[in-house]
Design a protein around this ligand. Structure first.
Ligand code: ADP
Ligand code: ZN
Ligand code: ZN
Length: 741
């Protein structure tokens, strides 16, 4: 018989190329591209991934080794994902190994053969956990905590992963905390996940409201169906105002795809913040849903992936990483709230999942739907140019209109002698709602907060006199420009108007809470931010309490503006609308518009509502357009600004962060590399900015320098990346991290 060869990427090495191995007879029928295998590499046995199988090889056969075995207990990556990994490697300039481990988030399973299964034997409350912690029974607490999250755990998992030994398990069973039994097939795979979302009873979610699609919704679904039937696998932007019923639209599209025997992936920004969407999906698709959630134990995660692989789930819901779920018959990918920054992978490779999803849809022959009330200018621009299809929902689904939004100029308030955090208008409206027993949400924009200084009289933020960017506050007494390094002492009066009322935007949610209680002593106030959520109870609990009417006023950060539907909220106050404008980043206006629109959109979901935007920059286009709830107006301004500045989508941008323990070598290296790039002819159409200081110069003893490179041609940026890598070769102590767009 003829020989068969496999090209293999060796895991956990820096050698970034495939090696050829022979496939032994006994494995011929078992290996496929994407299969994890064991090979001899150097003198060691290593894991690798087959990326290609072929009948010919130009390498001398006598020099080749055989694959030793298939790595058992690991899911093999399917071919689509492998092709995606190869694309990721080239697109983001990472190694094969990195690219493959990116698409394979589930590393190992826990033995399936186990017969022993561990169950909770009694309700374990915080008091019991506390008591055990006091007795220093760390392993006990660890196991009980894991068990609380799920129904049961296999003993092998408890032994190996949780490192709780069998003697301990025996003692715990004897004392009645747990019992050891046989594994039962879980009756409903959703239960443990729903439990982690705060739903105790599956029946709770079964009351489905079967709404009839309204005309706009129906039109959107029909366009999709027609394309789908004629074999056009398009990318769509579903642009619908807040409350227009986008979810129902894509649920119907998914139903259609399922009726054709295919599966769908639905990406959501963050599961705990969008649990209403998850519940709605569960209502419709019941136990044909698989949910990927960072809160899942390793075991549950593997179980979900296994169900997906076996085709036991039609709809896979999860955050960013769910795009790599091993779906066999992919028909549709939905990215809900496509503008959300959670879709950007902050680690290397720094992809935005939109782009990866686009490629995967293309590889798998699937459609892609991007849904948002405030799409990114990049995506909207693709719709404007006709590259992708635009589906629009212009009306709210329930018979309510958009909230009435007004802008209050806080500089005027100060002039009138009102130094309170509440404008007169907002204060009057809150009092009115409290009287009517309607609810209020107060949103505090945290992005960029307290890192810059601005004037409460004239609204100006203090800028660098050499560059047009806001200066950043360091250690509360120095202002530094991150573009040129210019620094000044924190001034006592405003450089523009001489006012003494200059301050950093240090009013956090805690302070807002205290002031709210002071001004509205009769109101019940609830605060939701990262602090209060981690300290007290989960985000879901708070949201449920508020929805139930347990509080009059909900105060919060970004957390409260996402996707929640509160019927009794008729007023939204936006406290410091402009903080996000001063972040020196090309998408600061976008973030501001997005947050304001989403926040204002929380008002009047069922009854008619109102929103008040308090700002020192009432003339800014992002704020004006958000108040008018006019996306197109915003987009026109935004795209003009992006053109002027040469920012994406007009231009591509590569951000390079150099870092080193040795400051001097870092500076020398970054400067030398930038100079080489500037003098190189093929890069002459690139704009190169830097090296400059990032907002945090030193992290964990590593000094850092930033360089921005802009070019209309993405491939040139990839070339530049290669050049930089070459340049780094002569600086042993300097590393670089690349971020595209
Ligand atoms: P969006 O995601 O566009 O902001 P949602 O999908 O959350 O909007 O829908 C807003 C509200 O309107 C939800 O309570 C939803 O149940 C309801 N809804 C959606 N479609 C319809 C419809 N066709 N008829 C009645 N109510 C609807
Ligand atoms: Zn001033
Ligand atoms: Zn400057």
């Amino acid at each position: 018989m003829k020989n068969l060869f496999a090209d293999i990427i060796v895991a956990n090495t820096n050698v970034d190329r495939p090696f050829t191995y022979l496939i032994p007879m006994n494995l011929r029928d078992k290996v496929t591209p994407g299969c994890p295998v064991l090979i001899e590499f150097g003198k060691l046995t290593k894991k690798g991934y087959i990326i290609d199988i072929k009948e010919e090889s130009d390498v001398d056969i006598s020099k080749l080794k055989y694959i030793k075995d298939i790595e058992n207990g690991e899911l093999s990556t399917d071919e689509n994902l492998l092709r995606l990994a190869i694309w990721i490697k080239h697109r983001y300039g990472v190694t094969f190994d990195k690219a493959i481990s990116t698409v394979m988030p589930v590393k190992s399973n826990v033995e399936e053969k186990t017969t022993n299964e561990i169950f909770l034997n009694q309700d374990i409350g915080e008091d019991i956990l506390k008591e055990l912690t006091k007795k220093r029974k760390v392993a006990w607490v660890r196991l009980l905590k894991e068990l609380k999250k799920t129904e049961s755990l296999p003993q092998s998992y408890v032994n190996k992963e949780l490192k709780v030994n069998s003697a301990t398990i025996k003692r715990m069973a004897e004392e009645g905390y747990i019992k050891v039994g046989n594994k039962q097939r879980k009756s409903n795979p959703l239960l443990p996940i729903l439990k982690s979302l705060g739903v105790e009873d599956f029946n709770e979610i079964q009351a489905t409201n079967e709404y009839i699609l309204n005309e706009e919704q129906k039109l959107a679904v029909d366009i999709f169906k027609k394309d789908f039937d004629s074999g056009n696998k398009n990318t769509y932007l579903l642009h619908g105002i807040t409350g227009s019923g986008k979810t129902l639209v894509f649920i119907n599209m998914i139903k259609y795809v399922i009726s054709k025997g295919l599966q769908a992936i639905v990406l959501i920004p963050e599961i705990s913040l969008t649990y209403q969407t998850v519940l709605r999906m569960a209502e419709h698709f019941k136990d044909r849903v698989a949910i990927i959630n960072s809160k899942l134990s390793k075991n549950e995660r593997f179980y979900q992936f296994d169900r997906i692989k076996n085709g036991d789930a039609d709809v896979i819901i999860g955050p960013r990483s769910a795009i790599f779920a091993p779906v066999k018959r992919l028909g549709l990918i939905v990215i809900d709230e496509e503008h959300d920054s959670a879709y950007k992978n902050e680690n290397v490779p720094t992809f935005n999942v939109r782009d990866v999803a686009g490629k995967l849809a293309n590889i798998a022959g699937a459609s892609l739907l991007l849904a948002s009330a405030t799409p990114t200018p990049e995506t909207y621009n693709r719709a404007v140019t006709g590259e992708i299809k635009l589906l629009e929902l212009k009306e709210r689904a329930k018979n309510t209109s958009l909230p009435k939004v007004s802008i209050v100029d806080m500089r005027d308030e100060l002039k009138m002698g009102n130094r309170s955090i509440f404008s007169n208008k907002l204060k009057t409206l809150i009092e009115d709602r409290l009287r009517k027993h309607e609810q209020v949400m107060l949103f505090m924009n945290r992005r960029g907060y307290s890192s810059f200084v601005s004037c409460r009289s004239c609204g100006e933020a203090i800028k660098c006199k050499h560059c047009d960017v806001t200066m950043t506050l360091h250690n509360n007494n120095k202002l530094v420009c991150h573009y040129c390094g210019y620094s000044i002492d924190l001034p006592k009066v405003c450089p523009s108007c001489g006012s003494r009322y200059i301050a950093n935007f240090g009013t956090g949610t805690q302070k807002l809470e205290a002031m709210t209680r002071e001004v509205f002593p009769s109101a019940k106030v609830l605060r939701m931010d990262t602090d209060s959520v981690s300290k007290k109870n989960s985000a879901n609990d708070m949201i449920r309490d508020f929805a139930r009417g347990d509080a009059d006023i909900l105060i919060g950060t970004q957390m409260i503006v996402k996707g929640h539907d509160f019927d009794n909220v008729t007023l939204v106050g936006i406290m410091a609308a402009d903080t996000s404008l001063y972040v020196s980043n090309y998408n600061s206006a976008q973030r501001t518009f997005e947050l304001l629109t989403q926040a204002a959109g929380r008002a009047g979901r069922a009854k008619s509502g109102e929103a008040v935007i308090q700002t020192y920059k009432p003339e800014n286009y992002a704020i004006v357009a958000a108040a008018a709830q006019d996306y197109k107006k915003y987009f026109e301004n935004e795209i003009a600004y992006r053109k002027l500045g040469g920012y994406p989508p007009v231009c591509h941008m590569l951000t390079v962060m150099f870092s080193s323990i040795r400051e001097e070598e870092l500076n020398k290296c970054a400067t030398a590399i930038v100079n080489t790039l500037k003098s190189d002819n093929i890069f002459k159409n690139s704009v190169i900015i830097g090296p400059t200081d990032p907002s945090v110069v030193k992290v964990k003893d590593y000094y850092r320098k930033l360089v921005y490179i802009k070019n209309a041609n993405y491939d040139i940026l990839l070339d530049i990346q290669k050049k930089i890598e070459e340049g780094l070769g002569s600086y042993r102590n300097v590393g670089a991290v690349y971020d595209f767009n």
